[in-house]
Ligand binder design. Structure first.
Ligand SMILES: [Zn+2]
Length: 448
């Protein structure tokens, strides 16, 4: 049986755990333009809210899989989550972008049917991964791209007729923009209107270039044949014929975060993406239109970094002991990205407005949608297990870590020449001490 879940299998799995154990079904957050529900679940009775979302990008299939696994873990191992569910209320959005997920997973099924033997599935996923890797090499000028040849049988008819309005709209995008490869549905990160929800931010600098009729292409070598200045599979922020508009899905996540923030109960947002095994946490530069003071920004930087530290500590890419006796989990933790950047994406803005927002890129491998499934025993299980552990650990200890980082902020805020990199290195040292204490406490608990 295929380990990759298509859209309908995700719905079946969600039905199966709905109202089981602590998982409560809430009313759908919204219905998309092409009539798909944005499903919404909660767990826990705590007074602090944590939002957890997958599939902002439709082709990042493993993110929805992970949110489902997290919900299942809460059902199956309730005792492990009890304390957390007393302190927090978890809000799950397994597919923020159901249209994109449906398009991509329908395309995947043309090559990988539900009943495929698992070893064959792994082999095909690896083949696709290697094709993607080849396409990233400077010397490779294959046209069509190698990864595109892998999905050569895909066209809009892979979308079931049951979803006719979505299917027809995807067809109309492909007809209208003949520069798009006809089979590009397998890499559909956007929603059914061809708008990418992460790029769909009024602060995205590409918008002005698009409005001036520039033809903007993706810069990564693998996708440099894809134009993002008109609707399509990747990175287009708006349809210039309509003008800028916030998409239903972007509005949905914005309003949920804003309403919880207004209540004063928004504690954190865990936003799952799929490529790189890295964690974005640093708030971007504040655009002048936003009302965020320098002090607030500073505090967010320190609190958010500590939150990312706690999370990354339990993540790992590789498992086991190498021949020198070194624990590979210790040496392959997810990297915390601290680069300075401009606020361009919808999530950059959420991070500026609200506390404790990390964007976790789950898989070390590139090659969405299917490469993360090329090695279930090691790669895939490491992703799922280590991130389940990371969520559990983070929610157990982060209240304490938050207090410490807030106190640290009080100590350093008036430093005459505050330097971000230096200050977070100091925070690393504080974190190490904090973590030592936590481990001591945990070990004490175990021997009791
Ligand atoms: Zn993404």
């Amino acid at each position: 049986m295929s380990r990759i879940l298509d859209y309908e299998q995700v719905l079946e799995k969600l039905d199966f755990i709905s109202n089981v154990g602590p998982i409560k079904v809430e009313q759908d957050l919204a219905t998309t333009k092409f009539n798909l529900p944005i499903k919404y679940y909660t767990a826990g009775n705590g007074s602090l809210d944590i939002v957890i979302s997958g599939a902002t990008h439709g082709q990042e299939i493993i993110t929805t899989d992970f949110v489902l696994k997290l919900m299942e873990d809460i059902v199956n191992n309730e005792s492990k989550w009890n304390l957390i569910l007393n302190e927090f209320k978890l809000h799950f959005i397994p597919m923020l972008n159901p249209e994109g997920y449906l398009i991509t997973s329908s395309a995947v099924r043309t090559k990988i049917p539900r009943d495929i033997p698992i070893d064959l599935e792994e082999k095909l996923c690896e083949e696709y991964y290697l094709a993607c890797k080849k396409d990233s090499l400077e010397e490779d000028n294959n046209d069509p791209k190698n990864h595109s040849l892998f999905f050569d049988k895909v066209d809009y008819t892979c979308i079931d007729e049951k979803y006719n309005s979505l299917r027809e709209n995807v067809k109309s995008i492909l007809d209208k923009y003949p520069d798009l490869p006809k089979n590009c549905l397998y890499m559909w990160s956007a929603n059914g209107s061809g708008i990418d929800l992460q790029a769909n931010s009024e602060f995205n600098p590409v918008i002005s270039r698009i409005m001036e009729n520039e033809e903007v292409f993706m810069s990564t070598k693998r996708f440099d044949n894809i134009m993002m200045s008109h609707p399509g599979p990747i990175n287009c922020p708006l349809d210039k014929e309509v003008g800028f508009k916030t998409e239903i899905e972007t509005k949905t996540i914005s309003s949920l975060l804003e309403s919880l923030h207004k209540k004063g109960s928004l504690y954190a947002y865990l936003n799952y993406h799929s490529t790189g095994s890295i964690i974005f946490n640093r708030p971007a530069e504040v655009p002048k239109e936003l009302d965020v003071s320098e002090e607030e920004q500073l505090k967010k930087e320190l609190v958010n970094y500590m939150f990312a530290k706690v999370y990354s500590d339990k993540t790992y890419k590789n498992n086991g002991i190498n021949k020198y006796g070194i624990d590979l989990r210790e040496t392959s933790k997810y990297k915390i990205i601290t680069n300075k950047s401009k606020a361009t994406s919808s999530n950059d803005i959420f991070r500026l407005l609200y506390n404790q927002n990390i964007l976790v890129e789950l898989s070390a491998l590139g090659g969405n949608p299917i490469a993360p499934f090329c090695n279930i025993d090691n790669l895939y299980n490491n992703i799922i297990d280590s991130n389940l552990d990371a969520v559990n650990h983070t929610l157990k200890v982060s209240s304490l870590a938050k207090k410490i980082s807030e106190e640290f902020y009080e100590k350093v805020k008036d430093l005459p020449d505050y330097d971000y990199e230096e200050v977070v290195r100091l925070e690393d040292i504080i974190y190490e001490e904090f973590n030592k204490k936590i481990l001591e406490l945990e070990n004490k608990g175990k021997t009791r």
